[in-house]
Design a protein around this ligand. Structure first.
Ligand code: GDP
Length: 482
């Protein structure tokens, strides 16, 4: 398992080049200290500026986090009758509301965290019990979980695009301006896939300036909106220093924030040791079919096989005679393929194919799939543990194939720092040509970016403003960092 043998500095390795700090109780979060034994050291180092921002953020979170005096005072601002001296000591918050599937949650929390760092706010996540079951606490001596008794929690389900405190709605009704904003204790930010043009004004420097002193921002999002933060002039310089290599935002922040809990780490390590550790090469294949009813489609089967064989990820089948000469130990290569999918159809086809036929390279191909959950069941604990374990296992592979449009695959690609092969989406059941293509960077795609030039106050193609924010490989209107 010690894949990084020969490298002296195991402390540096386990702390991911300064991304993480020591001092945690090892047993409380094994993955924090053991992940480097399973994942090759990243070829991308976090910048010193990012590291110092993270350390500063940790200080802020500890000072302002749940249970502290500034937190208690800030929370009182939300109560109808405020009494006494409510000195929040400069603490401001952004609350991420629980929403969507696990992949969407992970990439949107990473975006909210980046936003919190840029705006000197503390990020709290409304995770419920599930969240603590899936992830370790990312910071020392404090919590990132929004306390259960948070004053506004009971109102969360009422927050929507038309609610009184919604930023977009207030803009539409012309209720928000430099002076009215001063009396606001909180604002609701609707940044989900279905947000409207008013909600999208969040991505304008002017609106950022307007809301910067509101103590509580409550955010509903399922998107990786980091690319559009890079287009806000007031954040540009800071982001440039934090991420000199642009398309690595999720790679660094994801590995910083998301450490599998011990339950999930058990699922990951047992599976890895049983099915992947001994392979000469590990291939990840994430198959996400959004039309659940269709079962196995011959077109999708064809697409998957042409992708993996054309790109030399898996060998072609040998049509000739069986070679009876026994290959020597050194010649024999084992490629283990980790398939993740809600159903077993494609897995069965691949497994049978590589069992029934020899390969032209004589490589031996093992096909494995940890679960087949049938459909998304976000409310179930073990279902989510498996989903998280599978995203993580995919991120440990040497070469990865993911499905277009899927945030599940984006998480695997980003954590692994991999440029995956993306299986393009089929239109009207016809095979895209080529069947797959290489991602430009490990970062996820922002599926629903704004198309607005805040300065000129008119629509614009935001994928053409700067060279490092361009349209995604899999969604032509999406934006990604490269
Ligand atoms: P997306 O819908 O592909 O963008 O990814 P999300 O993670 O946001 O939502 C899909 C959800 O469906 C996951 O969180 C899982 O609950 C479930 N799911 C989808 N694909 C898989 C899979 O391959 N394995 C498992 N275990 N669950 C999956």
């Amino acid at each position: 398992l010690q894949r990084n043998e020969g490298q002296k500095d195991s402390v540096d390795l386990s702390l991911l080049g300064g991304l993480l700090v020591p001092g945690f109780m090892k047993d409380s979060c094994l993955s924090r200290y053991q992940s480097y034994l399973y994942r090759k050291a990243s070829q991308y180092r976090p910048s010193l500026h990012l590291i110092s921002k993270l350390r500063a953020y940790e200080g802020l979170h500890k000072r302002c986090g749940p249970g502290t005096r500034p937190y208690i005072n800030s929370e009182r601002l939300l109560k109808p009758k405020q009494t006494g001296d409510l000195n929040s000591e400069g603490c401001k918050y952004v609350v991420w509301m629980s929403f969507s599937g696990l992949g969407n949650q992970i990439i949107s929390i990473a975006s909210a965290f980046l936003y919190a760092m840029l705006t000197d706010r503390v990020l709290l996540v409304e995770g419920g019990e599930q969240f603590a079951d899936l992830f370790c606490e990312p910071y020392l001596d404090t919590t990132w979980l929004l306390p259960k008794d948070f004053t506004l929690t009971s109102q969360f389900s009422d927050f929507g695009q038309n609610s009184a405190h919604c930023h977009g709605n207030m803009l539409k009704e012309k209720l928000i301006n430099g002076s009215s904003v001063l009396s606001l204790s909180h604002l609701y930010l609707h940044l989900a896939h279905d947000y409207n043009d008013h909600d999208k004004m969040f991505f304008c420097a002017e609106d950022q300036n307007l809301i910067k002193n509101v103590p509580w921002l409550i955010m509903r999002t399922n998107n990786f909106f980091a690319p559009s933060l890079f287009l806000i002039p007031s954040f540009e310089e800071e982001l440039g220093m934090m991420f000199p290599e642009k398309g690595m935002v999720f790679h660094h922040l994801g590995r910083y924030l998301f450490h599998p809990s011990n339950h999930v780490w058990g699922l990951i390590t047992r599976y890895y040791q049983a099915y992947l550790a001994k392979a000469d090469e590990r291939i990840g294949l994430q198959i996400r079919v959004f039309d659940e009813k269709s079962g196995v489609s011959p077109q999708v089967t064809k697409q998957i096989i042409s992708c993996v064989q054309n790109e030399d990820l898996l060998p072609k089948l040998s049509k000739g005679e069986e070679q009876h000469k026994h290959p020597s130990e050194e010649d024999l290569k084992l490629k283990s393929v980790l398939v993740t999918s809600l159903t077993t159809g494609y897995f069965e086809i691949l497994k049978t194919m590589y069992w029934e036929n020899p390969t032209v390279t004589r490589d031996v191909i093992g096909i494995h799939q940890p679960s087949h959950e049938g459909h998304q069941q976000t409310e179930k604990l073990m279902h989510n543990r498996k989903a998280w374990a599978e995203m993580y296992l995919l991120s440990l592979t040497d070469k990865l194939v993911i499905s277009a449009w899927s945030t599940f695959g984006y998480v695997a690609q980003g954590l692994g720092g991999l440029r995956a092969w993306i299986l393009y989406k089929q239109e009207n059941q016809t095979n895209p040509n080529p069947p797959c293509g290489r991602a430009m960077s490990p970062d996820p795609c922002f599926h629903a970016p704004p198309y607005y030039d805040c300065k000129a106050k008119r629509g614009t193609d935001t994928g053409k403003v700067v060279p490092h924010v361009i349209h995604c490989e899999d969604i032509s209107w999406g934006l990604k960092l490269v």
